[in-house]
Design a protein around this ligand. Structure first.
Ligand SMILES: [Zn+2]
Length: 226
């Protein structure tokens, strides 16, 4: 038929039955096209992402600017050699990690939500999920549907579109979960939309005390669990 599979990066297998015993792995998901289609996408790389959604690993097309890792390494190298005192470190043969860390921090943009992550005792994967939400990069149904990875973008709890703002906390079912958590930690606050809610948590995070630490952990874990 003249159809060929596109080469991919990442894990070979894309599906698992996720059973603790008798685990089965299979390469189910693949991209197939004719010669013309392959030539049109010759600059793109097909990446098999880490498994995380349902029992499949997502397949993601990346453009040349995203998959050229050599450019990224070159950028990091340029940043390292431009650090103050880098030449001295090389001559002395002593690498000062503290100095490099401080210099690298100065090259990073300031984000308003950094206070939520400071002194946050939530689990690392929960903090990572919140960090993804702060970057508006969560794999919501709205985004997955936009990338043609799923058939619909309807919320599992109601008939509206599942977007970041819907999940946190426009959806009444999910807002009630956060409301219960807030009551449980004795916090008098009504859940609002994502932007208002994250700004409220940022504002609270700048204060001191054990209540703030509990609020930050509770918010992070709630975002992760929802
Ligand atoms: Zn909903």
């Amino acid at each position: 038929m003249g159809l060929y599979e596109k080469d991919s990066r990442g894990d070979y297998y894309t599906w698992s039955n996720k059973q603790p015993s008798g685990t089965i792995y299979s390469r189910i998901d693949r991209v197939i096209g004719n010669l013309n289609k392959h030539q049109q996408n010759i600059d793109t790389t097909l990446c098999i992402l880490e498994p995380g959604i349902s029992d499949h690993a997502l397949l993601c097309f990346k453009g040349p600017e995203l998959c050229d890792s050599r450019r990224k390494q070159f950028k990091c190298r340029q940043l390292a050699v431009s650090l103050q005192g880098w030449d001295n470190m090389l001559q002395q043969g002593k690498f000062n990690s503290k100095k490099v860390c401080i210099e690298l921090k100065n090259h990073s943009p300031e984000v308003s939500w950094k206070s939520i992550f400071f002194n946050n005792f939530a689990r690392p994967h929960a903090k990572f999920t919140l960090w993804m939400a702060c970057h508006n990069n969560l794999a919501t149904k709205e985004r997955l549907h936009r990338f043609s990875l799923i058939d619909n973008d309807i919320c599992c709890f109601c008939s509206e579109q599942e977007s970041l703002s819907h999940l946190f906390f426009k959806c009444s079912s999910l807002a009630s979960v956060w409301r219960y958590v807030l009551q449980w930690i004795h916090c008098d606050h009504q859940p609002q939309r994502w932007n208002e809610e994250i700004n409220w948590v940022i504002k609270c995070s700048k204060e001191k005390g054990h209540k703030v630490i509990i609020l930050k952990a509770a918010f992070t874990e709630t975002v992760y669990e929802l």
